[in-house]
Design a protein around this ligand. Structure first.
Ligand SMILES: [Zn+2]
Length: 291
């Protein structure tokens, strides 16, 4: 009885203690991550800690102190991340200080089979080398982890249109499997304004073979958004943009069959479901602000 009372007393004290008083506590929500899905990280490390980051699947995620004193950030599993048990480690002031088990789960986003004219299937050596160069420049930005946070409130859809091409769907073109869809396609007429999904810095403006006119925005904290097939681009490389600011207009530049916006989000270099990130960003923004 005495022991039970003692346990209850300890539990009661822990429940009453402010969260930041528990040194080395880390929570990941959700703890099981589907491929292509983001998760919140909350690490309560103590008042004296100056900087913190989470390391998950070999990627760094900067953590920022929220209104309740704990550090917050976001990690993600790439669309093709290997399923299985993983470990998230929190580094506080350059020292590993807490860890959590995070499971990556297989996620089926569906498949479609299409047939296209053979001439669209192969690239000339010139087209291929151009594409590789453009891809390298894009990957360099998508893999960037800027420690500052350029965004404040939750992210928004860049256009009002309905989704015509869902995230993650695999295409089998003329019987050959292609890489899954790394973003969402929104329906929209040519000339429809495209808004920055969140505040950030324009990190790449490119006229590419596949993506046509492309804008990539670095939002900081490892979050980068991309906008493709634009008709016109209204921003310049290095420019700061506000959430909702017009960055261009819907078009059909690049390898497309009709006007639409391809919108994608990368977190720590991982391809993430943009609509899942839009939802999660509202929660993260609220918690950072203590609302
Ligand atoms: Zn697309």
């Amino acid at each position: 009885m005495r022991r039970l009372l003692g346990n209850l007393l300890v539990t009661g004290l822990l429940l009453c203690a402010p969260a930041w008083a528990w040194a080395g506590l880390v929570q990941v929500e959700p703890a099981t991550l589907g491929q292509g899905q983001p998760a919140l990280v909350r690490a309560c490390l103590g008042k004296e800690v100056k900087s913190a980051r989470a390391v998950f699947l070999g990627q760094d995620a900067p953590l920022i102190r929220g209104a309740d004193g704990c550090f917050l950030g976001v990690v993600a599993a790439d669309l093709l991340a290997k399923p299985g048990a993983g470990k998230l480690v929190v580094i506080a002031d350059d020292k590993p200080s807490a860890s959590a088990r995070v499971e990556v789960a297989l996620r089926n986003y569906g498949e479609r089979r299409i047939t296209v004219a053979a001439k669209f299937m192969s690239l000339t050596p010139q087209q291929l080398s151009r594409h590789k160069k453009e891809l390298r420049a894009q990957r360099q930005v998508y893999g960037r982890v800027t420690p500052q946070r350029f965004w404040r409130d939750g992210f928004i859809k860049p256009v009002p249109g309905t989704v015509t091409g869902p995230f993650g769907r695999r295409s089998v073109v003329n019987g050959k499997p292609r890489s899954p869809h790394g973003g969402v396609d929104f329906r929209g007429a040519k000339g429809t304004p495209v808004a920055a999904s969140g505040g950030g810095r324009v990190a790449l403006v490119q006229d590419s073979f596949f993506g046509g006119k492309v804008v990539l925005i670095d939002h900081g904290q490892g979050i980068v958004s991309g906008y493709r097939h634009l008709d016109v681009i209204k921003v310049k490389n290095g420019q700061m943009v506000a959430k909702g600011q017009e960055i261009g207009q819907i078009g059909m530049t690049g390898r497309v069959t009709g006007p639409h916006l391809h919108f994608d989000v990368h977190i720590g270099g991982a391809r993430v479901d943009p609509l899942a990130w839009i939802n999660l960003s509202q929660v993260l923004a609220r918690r950072l602000a203590g609302r």
